[in-house]
Ligand binder design. Sequence first.
Ligand code: ADP
Ligand code: MG
Length: 300
Amino acid sequence: ATPTAVMVATGKGATQGVLIKGGNALEKAHKVNTIVFDKTGTLTVGKPEVVSDVLFSEISMEEFCNLAIAVEANSEHPIAKAIVEHAKNKLLDHKSQIANNSVVKDFEEHPGAGVGCKVGDKTVFVGNKKLMRLSNVSVDPEIENYFSDNEKLARTCVLVAVDGKVAGAFAVTDPVKPEAVHVISFLRSMNVNSIMVTGDNWSTATAIAKEVGIENVYAEIDPLGKADRVKDLQARGKIVAMVGDGINDSPALVAANVGMAIGAGTDVAIEAADIVLIKSNLEDVITAVDLSRKTIARIH
Ligand code: ADP
Ligand code: MG
């Protein structure tokens, strides 16, 4: 495209909340035929909420909530924030004490799995089944059932293990963005195929994909794995855009032909991207591709 055409299109994008970093990105976006979407915070709102809790051991609800708060207060993960808020409200509802947790030691974060630390003399882990495996905590059939029931409803289960035994769990939901279904189907009408990639588990991922109308899913993928999926698609001749919001998406945003970051996402993702969707609205994925196609068509 001529410098003038690029300038006009970039300006037009900017007024619509699509920040295009240079002519190269614009040039590449018109050829995109495959878009890889991250799940959490990209297809979903990214503000998870706890919808239920359950105890699996003799522990009191008061102690359970206090231990969960003690651990998750140290984590920046959106799920951690949801659990802290829920547990605090639960304690308030029961007129129970919120403990003062100055006694937390050895806090550890396990990316894609959860967190753990010592609370007083107790060892507590909060996270998914992978975390339980890592910390040698067994997951009984009763708990497996809780998982499958919730995951079918697109909910993520978070287990709380105390001294090597699962004490209870929270079910967390993160609703899909209202525009997601329309965007995926409209992209299909533009001959663009959508794929989902996520660090979350297979059943939750599949349920969310079904909700938004995506047929192709990769779940339980770590950050470098996300980039590998993008490279695989490119090796099969696809021109790939990646849409993501997290630090864990940045390798894939870089690997893609066009990286698109959600404006509300982390700075690392925004840095790594070629295009920033300022309004965090998925409709702007269409705006970006459309703008690029029109600009390029006008020139050739
Ligand atoms: P995504 O790719 O969907 O953004 P992450 O890689 O951040 O997901 O996390 C994957 C999974 O690891 C979460 O769905 C959750 O089960 C678990 N997890 C990670 N951090 C925490 C935490 N602080 N508390 C509880 N669970 C966690
Ligand atoms: Mg994300």
